[in-house]
Design a protein around this ligand. Structure first.
Ligand code: AKG
Ligand code: FE2
Length: 338
């Protein structure tokens, strides 16, 4: 039986930021009206077609990654029943008392895990993320676990990592050409599960009206992210100057391109800014798998002229850390222009 308050103390901790809101920031002029609804529907790709009509399906994946940087997939092979079990495990982990979550001993992952909430560096409301998360490095453990939660997370991680390799392969072949199949192994070689992450997110209801972020606008620091969201909604991506909501679809997984794929593909694929809006009444859950390389991996495009200089993943992460400290936010790829 779980007792004690499970919500992080947002109102108390961020009281100054919340009191100091001032007038709302000036709004940009409204964008022109959309021509038709279809314009705002994210591509939905049925991956079972990779077997029936592989070339058409691969072309759709590449087009979506180039034009949107975001797409949803069905027919992805992750059983619905596993997603349901995972969601229960996730809800239960977040329902533990806040003090227990902070102690960080709820899961027995090989290299530990990290529980975070809010934005300790925030100096204004626009830098605050109204959410909590378990960041789990997917290092395989030598010791079998007795924890059901970890077994379910491991099972999901194995499946979703496999899916990410498959998608990364299709995308790599798209800009490197078929003859460069070796580069498909580039991903499998450098992005072993031990350097990938799973992030369990919870967005508690936020009593502050208007526009508090569940997760502040950002691009992802990885090759690829695969997100499983619940039915609440709130994830939005930036396209053509508009924030577009990713409509919940219970059978779909959301795939988005990260900064490293953008650099490696020399801007063929786009790492698009996205954010989560907080909901005033309902809590929201999502799970993000991040396909990341080992720290020493060198990211460089073979295309000439190369838009970005070569950099290691370690350098990239280090730069982000410095920028967050200095400016309160990540600057990202523009720091690495050639
Ligand atoms: O919660 C979501 O839908 C998105 C999460 C996300 O953008 C992230 O974890 O990087
Ligand atoms: Fe993200």
């Amino acid at each position: 039986m779980v007792s004690g308050d499970h919500n992080p103390p947002f109102l108390r901790t961020y009281k100054l930021l919340l009191d100091d809101r001032g007038p709302p920031p000036p709004q940009p002029p409204p964008p022109p009206p959309l021509e038709k609804d279809a314009d705002i529907n994210l591509p939905l790709i049925d991956l079972s077609r990779l077997i029936l009509e592989p070339e058409e399906c691969k072309a759709e994946i590449r087009l979506a990654a180039a034009e949107w940087g975001f797409f949803q997939v069905v027919g992805h092979g992750v059983p619905r029943e596993l997603l349901d079990r995972l969601r229960k495990v996730q809800a239960n982990l977040f329902r533990q008392p806040f003090a227990e979550k902070e102690k960080g001993e709820l899961l027995d992952f090989a290299t530990g895990y990290c529980y975070t909430w809010g934005t300790p560096t925030a100096t204004s409301l626009s830098q605050l993320s109204w959410s909590e998360a378990y960041h789990i490095p997917l290092t395989p453990s030598a010791v079998p676990t007795k924890l059901r939660a970890r077994r379910v997370i491991d099972e999901y991680a194995t499946r979703v990592a496999q899916l990410s390799y498959e998608l990364a392969g299709v995308l790599a072949e798209g800009f490197e050409g078929k003859e460069a199949r070796g580069d498909i192994d580039y991903i499998e070689e450098h992005c072993k599960p031990s350097s990938c992450y799973l992030r369990l997110n919870r967005y508690p209801p936020c009593p502050i009206p208007n526009g508090v972020f569940g997760l502040v606008p950002h691009t992802d620091t990885d090759f690829l992210t695969i997100v499983y969201q619940d039915q609440v909604g709130g994830l939005q991506l930036l396209k053509g100057g508009r924030w577009i909501t990713v409509k919940p679809n219970a059978s779909a997984l959301i795939v988005n391109i990260g900064d490293l794929f953008q650099a490696w593909s020399n801007d063929v694929y786009r790492s698009v800014r996205h954010r989560v809006m907080a909901n005033s009444e309902i809590e929201r859950f999502s799970i993000a798998f991040q396909l990341c390389p080992s720290y020493e991996t060198i990211i460089h495009s073979k295309k000439s002229p190369s838009i970005y200089r070569s950099f290691t993943f370690m350098e990239y992460k280090q730069q982000i850390k410095e920028d967050v400290k200095l400016f309160g936010h990540k600057i990202g790829l523009s720091r690495f222009l050639a």
